[in-house]
Design a protein around this ligand. Sequence first.
Ligand SMILES: [Zn+2]
Length: 293
Amino acid sequence: MQLSFCDSPLDHAGLQRSDPAWMARQRAHPQGRAVLFAGGSLALADDGSPMVLPAGIASGLALKWPGLIFIGLQDGAPWFAGALEQDVAGRGPDFRMTAMHLPPELACIFGRARSILMWSGRRRFCSNCGAKNEPIDGALRLACPSCGMEHYPRTDPSIILLPYSGARCVMGRQPGWPPGMYATLAGFVEPGETLEAACARETAEEVHLKVLRTEYVANQPWPFPSSLMIGFLAEVEDGEVRPDDDLEDARWFTRDEVRDLYDGVMAQWAPKHFSISRLLIERWLGRDAGATS
Ligand SMILES: [Zn+2]
């Protein structure tokens, strides 16, 4: 299964982008394009498609600080991203809904663009001294002229896991989810933790089960706003599932129950390729029903 937001076509040009002359050439590149956002969603053109303009035109629009950000090269042509100062265009639906149905390459490009825009939009002032930051390297780096601190776009590592024991797995649901929806467990990695320790802690906190063994499966950039989801299957001790207060419910599921759920009521909510949660579930379902690993 090809996951959304993976296998990006972008070259981030890490070796070139610190050269101001090179960056100036990219900003003047005749094939340069810019994707525009409005309030965290894609801005829409008159025909309802995502607003992608020649970079030269986009740079003349009223954009939020720091203006157009370089996000990479696709087949040698630069991509930029910007956030409209005002809603001069239509605003698309919630980006998560839009991204589900984008072509894979555009999902990668727009997802990276959104993560970086969300980061820079909250870093106008230095978090160390409060002075106004200055964008450098195509605005992929911010430098404080007062204290010298440099600020880089951040990615938050998160673990996402499917606990299982024998032929059953555990899934949970959060309040506010559509009726009948259940999914894997997930949480941010805390300072000082390994990924495996984060899996054990989250499982203990959320469903009060003990992890015996974790197995890494895959990872996925998740631009909501800027996480890296690191996916595991986690063998746990059999026992009573006691959901944490943050969960509305959590319980054991047999393989048949999981298939019925995902082929039935949940099939309408997201395409299979969209989330690593589904990949973990498919990986576990694909194993021999009698296997314990
Ligand atoms: Zn500073």
